[in-house]
Design a protein around this ligand. Structure first.
Ligand SMILES: [Zn+2]
Length: 669
């Protein structure tokens, strides 16, 4: 059945009235209404309250919460409570608890520590969701169902090991196939019986902190795929139950983190009716980093997403949480909207008085007062969203540039032993994303399975893993007129992490027109020089020694024994062009490469001039262009000249020529 859309632009967030005396609830609602809050996410962690003993359910308090919010005309996001298990469950069924990478089984405490392959957990979670969905499935105030919470983390227990062996049998059919895929002839690792397969473990076929180093990368990567799929199955299990009772209501789970390494969101996206994301940028995170994550979330389904959680004030769990400066909260929330969010939701609506998040910011703080700076800012944003939300909701973004982000590649790249221990996927992707962000060129963050033909430029930094067929797909895209950019550590392994022989970058050799003979590791504190014409820049991390085989050098190394050889190349291929960037260039060096590519692709920034304001565009269903102009810094900036006659939806007036610190304008003609 076709799912309904969210009925309006939701403004609200996680609300836990069960932590408070019931005679305080009506005052809460009064305060929320003062801030134009219209939505609450409830029941995220209530399992112990709902099922105090196995099979004994008590929905009386949740009934009253739902009734209270419904009477106040709130849109409810109903969670399923399956992310934190009650104490009795650990006592009665110890296998519901996860076993960690060191082989230790969790005991009661924490949350997000269920084993995805525990039949007991699956049964108990299903029973709870069945009861919830049957009870509340037809409530017209529930506008979305929110399954579990922030899935992530792995389990290494015996149940998971057994399920993994079955997963491998399905994938490889025979042990010969498996031994070949994992290249087990190395170090006498050959498997002769399925029962001999041991899951990754600190004392097993992997070492070091979880996810960092492994001996058999094929095993570890397959285990991450398997765990991500195991949790995805749990999500689908709950979703199927909800759909029996509420077939038209959208179902989601909240994605999170920077990004979450353990869960393949691209594989999960097809099962989400709408993507939802929890965003907590740290105080020292450059503003292009959350922008990248929002673009990733939007591109997962090429649709607007829900900003399911964010903080109205400080967080408490980051190492340092300075106050957001006046106006900063509003700007950071509207940044998500600028990149495609169709909701603004907070954690939390009312500040807890106990537990680990008691100092996490909230709409209603411990003082309970509304004459506070933080509350006034929440109320101002509420007014803004009430004004512009209906226009923005459902509008989409259009990009001619795409950056490839791929989870299997993420895993395999960071498992690589050598030639430098500093190989980290996200920072290198961000190097490239930042270039387009700074130029205000809209960018999608796509998977390797997306359709490339809708883009003028596809950028795939450190595309280390090239799964079968991808090399051909890239070649065809370029041959037909596309522009493609890749970098060092690309085209090296297949989907099992085995090297493509015949020279790097393997299946990308033809399209890039280069052969990489060897690569130099650049040790910390050192750099190699790279020159574009007369200008020299620093290169770090590693330097490929490149032989052009059809490509033309754009920049050359000017130091080390490979001085004079190409560092960056360009290759005309069919009707298109491919660039190969052989090192991690510093910001200004990479800027030279991107300037060149942008010029070749005839791409233009939305600001129409150099500007350190952030500018994005969303287009409504009837074609109205909405420009979001964000001043993401603590000092005033001038509005780009092209917008001077535009109309600001937030003020109802002509655009102001200066944006004060952290101010935002949403402009239309
Ligand atoms: Zn397990």
């Amino acid at each position: 059945m076709k799912k309904k859309e969210l009925p309006r632009f939701l403004y609200g967030g996680d609300y836990n009235p069960e932590q408070w005396p019931e005679d305080t609830w009506s005052q809460d609602i009064k305060v929320f209404k003062q801030a134009d809050i219209n939505s609450a996410t409830i029941n995220v962690f209530s399992w112990a309250l709902l099922e105090p003993r196995e099979g004994k359910y008590d929905f009386s308090k949740l009934d009253r919460i739902v009734k209270n919010l419904s009477a106040a005309d709130f849109d409810i996001v109903m969670a399923t409570s399956t992310a934190a298990m009650p104490a009795w469950m650990f006592k009665k069924y110890p296998d519901v608890a996860r076993v960690d990478y060191q082989g230790r089984r969790h005991v009661f405490g924490q949350r997000h520590n269920f084993c995805p392959n525990s039949a007991n957990y699956q049964r108990l979670a299903s029973d709870l969701v069945e009861k919830l969905a049957a009870r509340y499935g037809d409530n017209p105030h529930i506008v979305a169902w929110h399954i579990n919470n922030e899935y992530g983390g792995n389990c290494y227990c015996d149940n998971c090991a057994a399920a993994f062996r079955q997963w491998l049998k399905d994938r490889y059919q025979t042990l010969d196939n498996l031994n070949r895929a994992w290249n087990m002839n190395v170090w006498s690792h050959t498997i002769y019986d399925w029962d001999e397969i041991t899951v990754p473990n600190e004392l097993g076929d992997a070492w070091g902190p979880e996810g960092s180093e492994t001996i058999v990368a094929g095993l570890s990567i397959d285990y991450l795929r398997f765990q991500s799929e195991s949790m995805q199955k749990l999500f689908k299990m709950e979703k199927a139950i909800i759909e029996k009772h509420a077939p038209s209501i959208p179902v989601t789970t909240n994605f999170h983190s920077l990004p979450n390494k353990m869960v393949d969101y691209q594989a999960w996206a097809k099962d989400q009716d709408i993507i939802s994301y929890d965003s907590y940028p740290a105080y020292d995170m450059p503003t292009y980093h959350p922008a990248f994550l929002y673009d990733l979330m939007r591109t997962l389904k090429h649709q607007p997403f829900m900003l399911m959680e964010s903080t109205p004030a400080q967080v408490n769990w980051q190492p340092y949480s300075p106050l957001k400066r006046p106006g900063q909260m509003r700007a950071t929330e509207l940044q998500a909207v600028a990149h495609g969010a169709d909701t603004v939701q907070f954690f939390q609506l009312k500040q807890a008085t106990g537990g680990s998040e008691k100092f996490h910011g909230a709409v209603i703080a411990h003082s309970g007062r509304t004459d506070t700076r933080a509350f006034k800012e929440v109320a101002r944003l509420g007014q803004d969203l009430q004004k512009v939300g209906p226009t923005i909701k459902g509008s989409n973004s259009q990009a001619r540039v795409a950056i490839i982000f791929d989870w299997s590649n993420f895993w395999s790249f960071e498992y690589v032993d050598g030639i430098t221990k500093d190989l980290q996927y996200v920072p290198i992707i961000l190097d490239y994303y930042r270039q387009f962000y700074e130029r205000n060129i809209p960018t999608d963050v796509i998977s390797v399975d997306d359709d490339f033909s809708q883009y003028d430029l596809v950028v795939a930094p450190v595309l280390y893993m090239v799964k079968p067929g991808l090399g051909t797909k890239i070649s065809r895209y370029v041959k037909d007129g596309g522009h493609f950019m890749t970098s060092f550590m690309s085209g090296m392994v297949d989907s099992s992490d085995n090297i493509y022989t015949g020279g790097y970058p393997g299946p990308l050799k033809d399209v890039t027109g280069v052969w990489v003979e060897e690569s130099d590791a650049i040790v910390p504190g050192k750099s190699t020089k790279v020159a574009f014409g007369d200008h020299e820049y620093d290169a770090h991390l590693m330097c490929d020694i490149i032989h052009p085989e059809g490509a033309t050098p754009l920049a050359k190394y000017t130091s080390e024994f490979y001085a004079g050889t190409p560092a960056v190349t360009e290759n005309q291929y069919g009707k298109g062009m491919a660039w190969y960037v052989g090192s991690r260039l510093d910001h200004d060096g990479l800027s030279r490469v991107i300037d060149h590519a942008v010029d070749q692709c005839d791409l233009h920034g939305l600001a129409g001039e150099d500007s350190d304001l952030e500018v994005t565009k969303r287009v409504t269903k009837d074609g109205q262009e909405l420009y979001f102009i964000l001043n993401m810094r603590n000092e005033a900036r001038s509005l780009p000249a092209k917008f001077k006659d535009y109309h600001d939806l937030l003020t109802g007036e002509t655009a102001q020529p200066t944006l004060q610190a952290w101010n935002v304008e949403i402009l239309t003609k």
